[in-house]
Design a protein around this ligand. Structure first.
Ligand SMILES: CC(C)(COP(=O)(O)OP(=O)(O)OC[C@H]1O[C@@H](n2cnc3c(N)ncnc32)[C@H](O)[C@@H]1OP(=O)(O)O)[C@@H](O)C(=O)NCCC(=O)NCCS
Length: 316
């Protein structure tokens, strides 16, 4: 029998441990310690973070996150849990999930959700035993930039003409001289946040969080692509470039409701990947909810192929 697990409250410094553990357990999704640290300190959410210890040594992590309860009607919390590969047995993992779920409920959550790889049979089994059920599917895609370079350039050429015909200008955030570009891009971004298919309520980023995102180590203002229609910013797409480890991936794409269905997202995404090719990147990733038909359509057309799926599980 294993010894007793203990749960030590920790700060965001646990990020490097989590990134290493996740990368070892799921090499198909290497995580960057710096970017995990920023995620774990997202000021829009309230967090509880624990290092899981066995016989005095670190063996895993558990944490919970939720929007402040006074900002949402339905109290949904997200719980995450995992153990080092050599300790990753159903019995122990179940105890860690149970602990995280218990913390979330003690903080007032009426429902909890967690996020596992579809291929992760151990996590699937223990979360099912604890009452979690599949709720949503997130599709992870990869685009081979070497194999698709010439086709992508051709698609971008067509997109550029289409944008010109509509009077929509595609440029980088850094190249936009408008002193109000921050507020204008923020307004379009928050509108789009509310339209991503999801379960439960969403509190859009504050302006402060948006500015913090722009300054994130993975984001570069000259790699954030925006669409302008006259005085408005009507779209945005950016790849995140992990500074330490990981695969360059689309961080966020959104288009103003008033301008959807006109090819703006496709035009923006194409610019981000052409720039990545010029920067010497060989492949990029993107992930999207399986109900997000327009973005999945664009991904397929660009030549992305599905690499794996992750599941959101919900426990009411
Ligand atoms: C997803 C989003 C960015 C797409 O922006 P957009 O500018 O309307 O996209 P485009 O016009 O370039 O392309 C959309 C394509 O999807 C197609 N499409 C739209 N609805 C569709 C549906 N239900 N099923 C299949 N295809 C659909 C469109 O016909 C178009 O393809 P086409 O040009 O070949 O006809 C936009 O809907 C949005 O901002 N959503 C909210 C934010 C979001 O979900 N972001 C992505 C996830 S991170």
């Amino acid at each position: 029998m294993p010894g007793e697990l203990t749960y030590r409250p920790v700060g965001v410094e646990v990020a490097a441990f989590i990134a290493d553990l996740h990368t070892a357990n799921f090499p198909q999704e290497p995580l960057d310690p710096v970017l995990v640290g920023r995620w774990l300190s997202d000021p829009m959410r309230e967090w509880e973070r624990f290092q899981v210890e066995l016989d005095g040594g670190p063996v895993g992590y558990a944490f919970t996150a939720h929007f402040p309860w006074d900002r949402v009607g339905a109290r949904h919390a997200t719980v995450f849990a995992d153990l080092l590969l050599d300790r990753r047995h159903a019995e122990l993992l179940k105890a860690v999930y149970e602990f995280a779920d218990g913390r979330a409920r003690a903080s007032g959550a009426a429902a909890t959700r967690t996020y596992i790889f579809e291929s992760d049979l151990v996590a699937h089994r223990v979360t099912t035993e604890l009452g979690f059920r599949p709720d949503r599917r997130e599709r992870y895609w990869e685009l081979d930039l070497r194999a698709n370079a010439s086709r992508l350039r051709e698609l971008a050429g067509r997109s550029r003409s289409r944008m010109r015909e509509q009077g929509v200008e595609i440029l980088t955030f850094a190249a936009d001289p408008d002193p109000d570009r921050h507020a204008k891009t923020y307004a379009t971004s928050t509108e789009g946040e509310l339209d991503v298919p999801r379960t439960g309520e969403h509190v859009p980023d504050s302006m402060e969080k948006f500015l913090d995102w722009l300054g994130s180590p993975g984001i570069h203002e000259d790699r954030v692509w925006i669409a302008r229609d006259a005085d408005r910013v009507v779209g945005l797409s950016a790849l995140s470039y992990p500074p330490v480890r990981g695969i360059v991936n689309t961080d966020w794409t959104t288009v103003a409701r008033s301008h959807r269905g006109r090819g703006v997202a496709r035009a923006l995404k194409l610019e981000t990947v052409l720039q990545a090719i010029d920067l010497g990147v060989d492949r990029v990733r993107t992930d999207n909810d399986s109900a997000n038909a327009p973005i999945l359509h664009i991904n397929a057309e660009m030549g992305y192929t599905n690499v794996f799926d992750r599941l959101w599980l919900l426990k009411l």
